[in-house]
Design a protein around this ligand. Structure first.
Ligand SMILES: Nc1ncnc2c1ncn2[C@@H]1O[C@H](COP(=O)(O)OP(=O)(O)OP(=O)(O)O)[C@@H](O)[C@H]1O
Length: 327
C-alpha cells in the first residue's frame, strides 16, 4: 500500500564518464520498511545510496520522498540521514558534541542541543559515555554514536552503508539486533547496503538484489529467498542448487533435496563430499552434466542412515520446491 511518506526510485541512473554504475532502477519502499540493498562488489549499491543521500548527483531519473522529488536538494534538506562504513566521528569533539553537531550547524542553542543529544544517546544506550572522545570508545560504541548522530536530525529515511563491516563477527550479530530494534522503535525506513547475504536475511523486511547496475530481483525477503527467479539470485543468496535439466534450469533449496536409493528419484549421483556442520550434514553429489548438487540433511537423518564418499545415491524433490529460472 502506498503512503504519503514513502521513498521511491524512478528510473534512477548514475554514470561516471563511460561507466554505468546504476542503470534505470525503479523501486517503491513503503514507509517503515527495513530494506537491504544486496549484491556483489561494484554492482552499484553505494552509488544508489549516495544518490539518495545527496552525496552524488543523479544522472537521470529521480528519488522521491514523501511525494516530492528530492534528487536535487542539498543533503540536509532531504529528510534523509546517512551512516557511513567508517563512522567518521570528529576526534576532537566529545560524544555529546559529535551527536549534537548538526544541531549546532542549524543554530540551535546549547541547552536544547545537549537535551536532544542526551535523548539520542539514551536511545542507543550510550548515556554513560557522553563526555568521552571517540578514541576512548570501542568500534561498537563508536558505531552507536554515529547512529545517534544520524538520528538526531529526525530523518524519514536512515541510509546505512555497510554499517557492520568494521565490527568483529560477535559484535556484528549483536549490533544487527540493535539496528533492528531501533528501526522498529522509530518506525522509519532504513535502507541498508550490504554484500552479506546473512546480514540481509537477518535484518530486512525487503531485499533488493542488484547485479551489474540493475535490480535483478526485489521483494519481501522470504519471497525472494524462497523463489529466486534467476541463477544469479539463487547462487548469490546461497543455500540453493542451480540444476540444469533438459527442459531448463531450476533452483532447489539444499534443504529440499532428498536422498533416495540409487536408481530412484529424479537425478542420479555419486557422493563427492560429506561435511559435518553440527546440526546438519551437507552432502555433495556429482550428477550428470558435470554438475554438483548439495543436500542439507539434519544430523539425525544423516546418522540414521549414514553414507560414504563414492556411494551412488538418488536425489529427489517435491514439485513445488523447484523454481524455474529465467537466466
Ligand atoms: N567516483 C567514481 N568514479 C568512477 N567510477 C565509479 C565511482 N564510484 C563508483 N564507480 C564505479 O561504479 C560502479 C558501482 O560502484 P559502487 O561503489 O556503487 O558499487 P558497490 O555495489 O557499492 O560496490 P562495493 O560493495 O564494492 O562498495 C563500479 O564499477 C565502480 O567502479
Amino acid at each position: 500500500m502506498r503512503n504519503e511518506l514513502d521513498l521511491e526510485f524512478v528510473g534512477l541512473t548514475k554514470r561516471y564518464g563511460g561507466t554505468i554504475a546504476v542503470d534505470e532502477i525503479s523501486y517503491h519502499f513503503a514507509t517503515g520498511t527495513y530494506a537491504c540493498l544486496l549484491g556483489p562488489s561494484g554492482c552499484g549499491k553505494s552509488s544508489t545510496l549516495r544518490m539518495v543521500a545527496g552525496h552524488e548527483s543523479v544522472t537521470a531519473g529521480a528519488v522521491l520522498l514523501a511525494g516530492r522529488d528530492i534528487s536535487h536538494l542539498p543533503p540536509a534538506r532531504r529528510g534523509t540521514a546517512m551512516m557511513f562504513q567508517s563512522y567518521a566521528l570528529f576526534p576532537h569533539l566529545s560524544v555529546t558534541d559529535n551527536v549534537a553537531f548538526s544541531l549546532k550547524m542549524k543554530g540551535i542553542d546549547p541547552a536544547e542541543r545537549a537535551r536532544r543529544a542526551g535523548e539520542m544517546l539514551d536511545l542507543v544506550d550510550m548515556s554513560d559515555f557522553a563526555a568521552r572522545f571517540p578514541a576512548q570508545l570501542s568500534g561498537g560504541q563508536q558505531q552507536r554514536v554515529a547512529l545517534a548522530r544520524a538520528l538526531i536530525t529526525e530523518p524519514q529515511v536512515l541510509l546505512l552503508d555497510e554499517p557492520l563491516s568494521a565490527l568483529d563477527p560477535f559484535l556484528r550479530v549483536r549490533m544487527r539486533a540493535e539496528l533492528k530494534r531501533l528501526q522498529r522503535e522509530l518506525g522509519i525506513t532504513f535502507i541498508h547496503v550490504t554484500h552479506g547475504q546473512d546480514e540481509a536475511l537477518a535484518l530486512a523486511d525487503e531485499i533488493v538484489v542488484m547485479n551489474n547496475a540493475r535490480i535483478e530481483q526485489a521483494g519481501r525477503t522470504r519471497d525472494v529467498f524462497d523463489a529466486p527467479r534467476t541463477s544469479f539470485v539463487a547462487r548469490f543468496l546461497g543455500s540453493h542448487n542451480v540444476i540444469k535439466l533438459p527442459d531448463g534450469e531450476i533452483a532447489v533449496r539444499s534443504d529440499a533435496l532428498k536422498l533416495r536409493a540409487p536408481d530412484s528419484g529424479q537425478l542420479q549421483g555419486r557422493i563427492t563430499n560429506i561435511e559435518y556442520q553440527g546440526t546438519h550434514v551437507a552432502l555433495t553429489a556429482a550428477i550428470a552434466g558435470d554438475q554438483d548438487v548439495t543436500a542439507l540433511l539434519s544430523d539425525v537423518d544423516f546418522f540414521g542412515a549414514p553414507k560414504d564418499l563414492g556411494e551412488a545415491v538418488g536425489l529427489d524433490w517435491d514439485r513445488q520446491a523447484a523454481h524455474p529460472l529465467t537466466a
